[in-house]
Structure formats: structure tokens, C-alpha cells
Design a protein around this ligand. Sequence first.
Ligand code: TYD
Length: 202
Amino acid sequence: MNKAKFITFEGVDGAGKSTHLEWFANALRQRGIDLLVTREPGGTPLGERLREILLNHPMHAETETLLMFAARREHVEQVIRPALQRGTWVISDRFSDASFAYQGGGRGVALDKLEQLEQWVHGDLQPDLTLLFDIPIEVARQRLANNISLDRFEQEQGAFFEKVRQAYLARSQKTPARFAVIHAEKTRDEVQKILEKIVSSI
Ligand code: TYD
């Protein structure tokens, strides 16, 4: 039996990641794969409470970072690792790359602090594959403009998201074998064709 895979979806707000995640998960399930879909921040009862705070309550950038990783510790221990161990694939809507992009790139938290937290929280566990939905920030902002209520991150300015985007790309260049960078400004059908190829390959 093939080892259960851990796959993460990443990208700036408005890249269309959540829509594509749903399609991708269905495509895997149709091929008979036992699959769990989860998200960050969140994924556990405690993580979802932390999410509520993180998305709404103003705080220092390092507090934000620590809470993201605290939620992640719980998520890895309670959900991700047990699922993989019993042979269930896991797709997470965001994982540590989001902390490097948003807290590191966006908020300017030092890279070595993030690396220490990553090592501490899941030093021995990395995604097998990360789909990074990359999109020009103007396009992502236009897509978000239709949302009625925006959370604390989505309310940030374009310059913040430009830094987040660049940090995601830098992160993907550091371990390119783990990443599939997808040009998310393409139409939904075009992106799905790319995803179909990825599904077949894994
Ligand atoms: P998001 O996937 O955008 O949720 P939704 O689609 O429901 O809006 O995630 C919520 C926000 O959390 C997003 O703006 C990015 C932010 N985030 C971080 O800043 N750091 C992290 O480590 C994670 C996991 C998320």
C-alpha cells in the first residue's frame, strides 16, 4: 500500500485556493482515496477557538505567530499525524508556509524565529506536496472585493499582500521539489486541467 500523503494548499487571500481544494479533494475521493480535509488556523476544537481570536482580535505580530504555531501543534498531534498513521490522506487548507508568508513576509517576524517554531512544532513532518496558488495581488484584491465581511488579514492593504506573495514564492524556491506553483489567475477550467494532471501523478 502507498504511504498516505500530506498535501497542503497555500496562497494569498483571493487566489481561489478553497474552491480548487474542494475540487481536488473530490477528484482524489473519486479515485478511492481515503481522505481527510482540514484547515489552519483551526482543525481541532481548540484550534478553531484560536482561529476565531486570530482572525478578529488585534495583537502583536509575535503573539499572532505563537498562536498560529500553538494551534498547529494541536492540529499535528490530534489530527494530522493520527490520520497519516492509519493510512488516511490529509489535505490541509494552509499550514506552516502560511506563517512564513503572512507572519514572516507580511508582518516582518524574523525568519530564524519561524524556523525554530517550525522545527519545534513539526520538525519531523513536512507536507509531501504543497500547491501554491500564485496570483497578481490586484487580481486577488478584485476577487475579495465581492466579499461582504473581511477578516483581520483580508482587511490588510495591497502592500502587505505583495510581501506575503513574495515570501510564499521565496519559500517555494527553497524546497522546489515539494511545491507545485499554480498560476491562479487562469480560468477555473484551466486550473482544473492542471490539478487533474497533479491528481494523476500522485
Ligand atoms: P483562509 O484560508 O484565508 O480562510 P478563509 O478562506 O475562510 O478566509 O485563512 C485565514 C487567514 O489566516 C488567512 O488570511 C491567512 C491567515 N494565516 C496566517 O496569517 N498565518 C498562518 O500560519 C495561517 C495558517 C493562516
